[in-house]
Design a protein. Structure first.
Length: 365
């Protein structure tokens, strides 16, 4: 097939073949989402995608008929007819995101622009067993999607502790919860909800929460470090979430920093996770931030990381302490003139799970 050339701004190229209608629609929707309320003109869309102006007009007409695209105003006239700008219609569709933490459940419903329109949270006992947790997830989805017609729901994204297989939605041997091994969470929830369901690790949802055009998007290497009841990492490499061939990428918390250190629940000793958790438990948040920074520095050296995003409830309790602590260690250990930038994740794990569910509409599935 003949693909249009990718333009200089790194955008994806369109394809002028009828069989690729879905690809081209997703491409245009993604550009309009990134453009925000100001939108883009049809000529701009054609230039950025390599599609013909006629193809862009036909595709945007279909999208407008489906309510996904609306007018955003007109450009100033340069002598001819003012050109109409188009924008994404955020309220045309919604996605639900669910974060199953070890002791808490959070759920959100977001619009196409990533804005949260409903949220709910409550306690959760992950150790109560898969069936009980699945039932709690179903109830949470009902709470945040109440009153929303099923055709307007793109699907549900569920973020859970790893390891798990994101392709099948089957959980592995979650540390401390052996009863979850082999549980088909995606299949169970899809059957109960009657919706498309995506299941991924909480850390992958965390790095997806940056969203298109956000601090975690674009080319390069971006790392999301989640410090809550456990410690893990989500990786975005060259613009895509990296999961590994066996869905095992991001087990950041179980790198060994001290050979004779305290035992970790994974069975090892001196893991980054147990050292951070112990420091936080005794109230030494600055010490926990320094240890987290050491782990981040190892990852930065390995992957040549551009950005480090921090999230999770421990970080949320003292954000400046963790941002400054990790930044100081990265600067001290930098192997290049420009260490990675450090900041807070722009959204939570539940929002990231919703982004994973909505991403297919924009060609990110």
């Amino acid at each position: 097939m003949n693909r249009a050339n990718v333009n200089g701004d790194g955008g994806r190229g369109g394809v002028n073949l009828p069989a690729l209608r879905g690809h081209n629609e997703a491409l245009l929707l993604d550009l309009l989402r990134a453009a925000g309320p100001l939108g883009l003109g049809r000529a701009e869309l054609a230039a950025r995608t390599g599609l013909t102006p006629q193809a862009v007009s036909k595709i945007t007409a279909r999208l407008a008929a489906e309510g996904l695209v609306a007018e955003a105003g007109r450009d100033a006239s340069t002598g001819g007819k003012p050109r109409t700008r188009l924008r994404l219609a955020p309220g045309a569709r919604y996605a639900v995101g669910v974060h199953l933490d070890r002791d808490e459940l959070r759920a959100v419903r977001v619009d196409l622009a990533g804005g949260v329109v409903a949220r709910w949270s409550g306690p959760l006992d992950f150790g109560a067993g898969p069936d009980a947790v699945a039932e709690a997830a179903v109830r949470a989805v009902g709470r945040v999607s109440a009153g929303t017609a099923a055709p307007r729901l793109l699907g549900v994204g569920v973020a859970a502790p790893g390891p798990l297989d994101w392709r099948t939605g089957v959980l592995g041997r979650v540390t401390g919860f052996p009863e979850w091994e082999g549980y088909p969470l995606r299949e169970v929830l899809a059957g109960r909800l009657g919706l498309a369901v995506v299941v991924d690790k909480d850390t992958n949802a965390g790095v997806a929460a940056a969203g298109p055009g956000g601090p975690g998007s674009g080319l390069g290497a971006v790392v999301y470090l989640h410090f809550g009841t456990g410690l893990g990492a989500g990786l975005r490499l060259d613009g895509a979430v990296y999961r590994g061939a066996r869905s095992g990428a991001g087990e950041f918390g179980h790198q060994v920093l001290r050979l004779d250190g305290p035992p970790c629940r994974c069975g090892g000793r001196g893991c980054l996770e147990v050292l951070c958790l112990e420091a936080a438990a005794r109230g030494d948040l600055r010490g926990a931030a320094r240890v987290l920074g050491e782990g981040a520095a190892n990852l930065a050296a390995l992957l040549d990381v551009d950005r480090v995003l921090l999230g999770g409830r421990v970080v949320a309790g003292a954000p400046e302490v963790f941002v400054s602590g990790v930044r100081e260690v990265l600067a001290a250990r930098a192997l290049t003139a420009a260490p990675p930038t450090v900041g807070l994740a722009p959204a939570g794990v539940a929002e990231g799970a919703a982004e994973l569910a909505a991403g297919r509409l924009f060609g990110h599935g």
